[in-house]
Ligand binder design. Structure first.
Ligand code: SAM
Length: 223
């Protein structure tokens, strides 16, 4: 049995404005209903849908530049990708997820919420390398930063950004990923705090700006 969906906190009205308000409420109901029944979200999470899931993901939009093509790696039940699509109609969002059960749920959500800026793609990040290019890759609770770098960097254009929601261990993961950051030829890697005054604690992101793909660099040097 899942708990009853709590009323949205007051701050949610400031975060989900205009069309986003109704969509955020509908998504909360889909997560608390079919999302829980189909095992995409634990029943205990229902009480935390607004703060831990919807609001925490929505504030990531503060770090997303305008008009970008964003891929959400390992979207699961749509977090953070679907929430970003709700609050940012100016961006296009690809929800990348390998598990059929989850992509079916995501497609149903996109249809129910009438989101015109979202595509659902079934597959693994590493399978998409060389086939698609994005400006931003987001991820929450998918893999340690070093593995995420291996998956995300080949999907980004030069100067594109990986935005990884990492929470309390962000600084530690950033330090541990040093060798992979160097191997990936990234331009910059830093911690970014978003959601001050909106979520408690504010959300910590690791933002990594992609350099030129290492293979391209090697090929050019051999000429
Ligand atoms: C712990 S869930 C997190 C889901 C969601 N991001 C969230 O925060 O609720 C991790 C997700 O990553 C997906 N995943 C695992 N390996 C992946 C890969 N190589 N490429 C893309 N997604 C992957 C899983 O299927 C799963 O849905």
């Amino acid at each position: 049995m899942s708990d009853e969906l709590p009323a949205p906190p007051d701050i949610a009205r400031d975060v989900f404005t205009g069309n986003a308000w109704e969509r955020a409420n509908s998504f909360a109901e889909l997560l608390a209903g079919p999302g829980v029944v189909r095992g995409l979200l634990g029943p205990r999470e229902v009480q935390r849908i607004w703060d831990r899931h919807l609001l925490n993901c929505a504030v990531v939009a503060e770090a997303v530049p305008e008009g970008v093509r964003l891929v959400d790696i390992g979207s699961g039940a749509g977090l953070p990708g679907l929430v970003l699509a709700i609050v940012r109609p100016d961006i296009t969002v690809t929800l990348l997820e390998p598990l059929l059960r989850r992509t079916v749920f995501l497609e149903e959500c996109v249809e129910a919420l009438k989101l015109g800026n979202v595509e659902v793609l079934r597959g693994r990040a590493e399978e998409l390398a060389g086939r698609r290019e994005f400006d931003v890759a987001s991820a929450r609770a998918v893999a340690p930063l070093d593995r995420l770098l291996k998956w995300a960097m080949p999907l980004l254009r030069e100067g594109g950004e990986l935005i990884a929601m990492k929470g309390e261990r962000a600084a530690e993961e950033l330090a541990e990923a040093g060798p992979q950051l160097r191997a990936s030829g990234v331009r910059t890697a830093e911690l970014v705090t978003v959601g001050r005054g909106k979520v408690e604690p504010p959300a910590t992101l690791v933002r990594v700006v992609a350099g030129r793909a290492p293979e391209v660099g090697r090929r050019r040097r051999r000429r």
